[in-house]
Design a protein around this ligand. Structure first.
Ligand SMILES: C[S@@+](CC[C@H](N)C(=O)[O-])C[C@H]1O[C@@H](n2cnc3c(N)ncnc32)[C@H](O)[C@@H]1O
Length: 244
């Protein structure tokens, strides 16, 4: 058992490691910490990172569009109560996130962008009008193995668009070659939009090395942080509503 002095020493040691990591990556001393749940606006967090410092970004926007669709499409508002209580992102907000993501990504770094079926079929290309260095290179369908809502068909899948910052390079940037583009994984519900940790882990193993920096600027239930901790990747991320 740790006595209070040892606990304090270990806390100080951890804190100084974080400060070192922060200063190495030019993070200003504004309480944004690595490998922590930061309660912060994602754009502010991205602004504080230096250009070309991040190997991989996961971005899971809180879409306004889904709720709008559901109003005249599939569901009554009451059934989407958990989702509708979260801060929503407008088209402009998503574009601003992408501009910052383009800036902080290293050349040939990856952005994994979660989209729902409405955005998938109607297209997300216009979101990238201001980010010409970001190009779509692949897509993975996540089968949640759980029946969701819908008056017509019941939602079971979400989609992960794989985007790469130029220059586009496949072989030298992707180490695992048996990842299928349909991924089955059930997740425990820690957040209304929890994403699959095992899928995110295998993608990190494919595209990053130990100690690489991984960013999730709208982290929700922090599934990307959990994946990073399991793999010894450095995480910088936060959420406007969830964090310490
Ligand atoms: C779809 S959820 C993310 C879920 C996450 N991928 C997970 O696995 O748990 C989107 C999150 O974006 C957050 N959000 C909305 N606007 C934001 C902003 N401007 N900055 C940071 N987070 C924001 C919401 O609070 C919500 O938790």
């Amino acid at each position: 058992m740790l006595n209070s002095e040892t606990k304090f020493d270990s806390f100080n040691h951890q804190k100084s490691e974080l400060t070192e990591l922060n200063s190495k990556n030019n993070i200003p001393e504004n309480n944004i910490l690595f490998n922590r749940k930061n309660k912060i606006d994602g754009i502010t967090l991205l602004h504080s990172l230096k250009a070309e410092s991040v190997k991989v970004v996961f971005f899971d926007p809180q879409y306004r569009g889904v709720l709008d669709k559901m109003k005249y499409g599939n569901e009554g508002v009451s059934r989407g109560k958990d989702r509708s209580s979260l801060p929503q992102m407008s088209f402009e907000t998503i574009e601003n996130f992408l501009i910052e993501i383009q800036r902080v990504l290293k050349p040939s770094g990856y952005l994994f962008l979660w989209v729902d079926k409405f955005h998938l079929v109607e297209g997300v290309k216009s979101w990238f009008n201001q980010t010409p260095l970001l190009e779509t290179v692949d897509m993975i369908t996540w089968n949640k193995e759980k029946m969701g809502m819908g008056y017509r068909t019941r939602r079971t899948c979400e989609y992960l668009v794989v985007v790469q910052k130029l220059p586009k390079l496949a072989k030298s940037t992707w180490k695992i070659h048996n990842i299928c583009d349909i991924w089955n994984e059930k997740v425990p519900k820690t957040h209304p939009h929890s994403k699959p940790i095992e899928l995110q882990k295998v993608l990190l193993q494919a595209t990053t090395d130990d100690d690489d920096l991984v960013c999730d600027p709208a982290a929700g239930g922090y599934s990307v942080l959990t994946a990073c901790q399991a793999l010894k990747r450095n995480f910088i991320g936060g959420d406007i509503q969830f964090g310490e």
